[in-house]
Ligand binder design. Structure first.
Ligand SMILES: Nc1nc2c(ncn2[C@@H]2O[C@H](COP(=O)(O)OP(=O)(O)OP(=O)(O)O)[C@@H](O)[C@H]2O)c(=O)[nH]1
Ligand SMILES: [Mg+2]
Length: 196
């Protein structure tokens, strides 16, 4: 069982990316489970995923990163015991620290494959102007193993090139990739980089 965390700020495209990944991985024959926190429109998302035959577990009560650490670990344990999926995709809240989420499940001795941090290229300029948002977004970028610039369908190439440089500067060890989760661009490449 391998665990992949799809992190990123509010609205960056985590659920859309998870759906796109889960579809392709299911088609490849993998048994996929998704763990989401119970916020926003996830009830609908959950239904969509159930229809696709993807097992969905919800973590209740808000922020995955802090008080729910035990709950998340329990959820993963139950998933493993009851369903034993090949791949678990985790969507933390958009405010979570990816490393904290990772830390909270370390004791399970499961294989945490990667942290993918999504960067919403259509809003990054705006977000980075705000001091508080900047802090959260920088933390999420620094925690990434893979940095997926999402919503590339919405912006010009110059902006992409500019942010590829900036992201490389903030986190030189992360692998960069351009995607559009909504238009299904770059998802195969993301799966390749993930090595699943
Ligand atoms: N144009 C465009 N829109 C996208 C893309 N990916 C996601 N979106 C849209 O962005 C919005 C937010 O996407 P979600 O997948 O719900 O983002 P999220 O990170 O799960 O959001 P929260 O769970 O609320 O933090 C939705 O309206 C998506 O349709 C993309 O690649 N291109
Ligand atoms: Mg979501």
């Amino acid at each position: 069982m391998e665990i992949i965390q799809i992190a990123g700020f509010l609205g960056s495209g985590k659920t859309t990316t998870i759906l796109a990944l889960a579809r392709k991985l299911t088609d490849k024959g993998y048994k996929v489970s998704v763990i989401v926190n119970e916020i926003g429109d996830i009830v609908i998302d959950g239904k969509v995923m159930e229809i696709l035959g993807i097992k969905v577990k919800k973590v209740f009560g808000g922020c995955i990163c802090c008080e729910l650490a035990i709950n998340l670990a329990q959820t993963i344990k139950i998933l493993k015991d009851e369903y034993n999926p090949d791949i678990v995709l985790i969507e933390p809240t958009g405010l979570a620290s990816p490393n904290q989420v990772k830390e909270s499940i370390k004791m399970l001795k499961v294989n945490i494959k990667s942290i993918v941090t999504l960067v919403d290229i259509s809003l990054i300029d705006e977000f980075l102007y705000d001091e508080q948002l900047r802090e959260i977004i920088m933390m999420q970028i620094k925690d990434a193993d893979i940095l997926a610039i999402n919503k590339i369908d919405m912006v010009k190439n110059e902006l992409l090139l500019k942010y590829e440089e900036i992201l490389k500067f903030i986190n030189p060890s992360a692998k960069p990739i351009r995607i559009s989760a909504l238009k299904n661009i770059g998802i195969d490449e993301l799966i390749n980089i993930l090595g699943v």
